[in-house]
Design a protein around this ligand. Sequence first.
Ligand code: SF4
Length: 221
Amino acid sequence: MATKANEAREIIAKALENQSDVCLTCSFQAEDMVALQLLRERIPNVPVLFLETGYHFAELYAYRDEMTARYGLNLVNVMPKQTVAEQESVFPQLNKTKPDQCCKLRKVEPLFEALDDYSVWFTGLRRVQSPTRANLQPLDAFPLPTGKQLLKVSALFDWTDKDVWAFAKEQDIPLVSLYDQGYTSIGCEPCTALPADPGNARSGRWAGRKLECGIHIAGGH
Ligand code: SF4
């Protein structure tokens, strides 16, 4: 475990060379809390970008607030242009009828706008999470729609679930209670179910209709 953590620390150190405009996106799931812990060792007040879609589980909001207070996090709630009520008055069930469009409005566009303020973007992404992440690189160039190039850093790129949970335990990082209910990958409540395939942690996301919200696909498309 110490080796994996030290390898991640080396990736973080390399990414931080001559860089100051740094942020982390955080869904408050286990791997993001581990990435946050490692990054806080270097930058305690790193901006923690949370995609505030308005559709998260109550337990997730409570955990976000608890951990923000406990760690004194520099939390940045990244908000969509429309509230849930405003969106639903025009598109009542967009997350059911057109989840790609809903993710675009509530996650992808607001995040890309927020990322424009930074030059280095840290994530808790890992290769084992999904076939779409199998070729994930620890350090990668990421173009924003504006043309700005970010350095995208995934220091946990080769970590297994076991690695994540072992590090969280070792570091006494409390995890969101939704894991105790059987959830293995946690996103917005309307699009998250218990995993259909116990061997595939993300099989409860979007009822199998899609694998990604779009923010981790180069250029967001
Ligand atoms: S995960 Fe679901 S509710 Fe959340 S933004 Fe995407 S489609 Fe909308």
